[in-house]
Design a protein around this ligand. Structure first.
Ligand code: SF4
Ligand code: SF4
Length: 115
């Protein structure tokens, strides 16, 4: 069985467009949405992403919705499908940001298939 894994040099999920994430808005509070809006730059990317390194600059104190292992439990699809749900979410993010044939997609597929 495949296990979800985050890869380095990605950050595809750190670009927010809540209009495209209808599966997430249902589990976010109005406080969470306000926080997301305050974290989002004009270009749509989180202000706390170091874009040159594609790394979170506030990793230790990042909000709860950035903590995949905890936040995933809020989704019925995760409770039903487990890591398969997380893998699909990452593929969607990576595909929309970098493309289906990107090096990030290749690295992600390798990471989740090796487990
Ligand atoms: S899209 Fe997935 S692999 Fe990429 S940074 Fe986010 S959680 Fe990690
Ligand atoms: S706080 Fe960190 S993990 Fe969360 S979206 Fe911003 S850069 Fe990504």
């Amino acid at each position: 069985m495949k296990s979800w894994s985050c890869i380095e040099n990605c950050g595809a999920c750190c670009r927010f467009d809540l209009a495209e994430r209808d599966n997430i808005t249902g589990v976010l509070s109005s406080k969470d949405i306000a926080l997301i809006n305050s974290m989002t730059g004009k270009d749509g990317w989180c202000k706390y992403l170091d874009k040159s390194k594609r790394k979170c600059m506030i990793y230790e104190t990042r909000p709860h919705f950035c903590r995949v292992n905890e936040f995933s439990k809020s989704f019925k699809s995760y409770l039903k499908n487990g890591d398969g749900f997380l893998i699909d979410c990452c593929k969607q993010h990576i595909s929309s940001i970098y493309g289906r044939k990107s090096i990030q997609m290749k690295a992600f597929k390798t990471a989740v298939s090796e487990k």
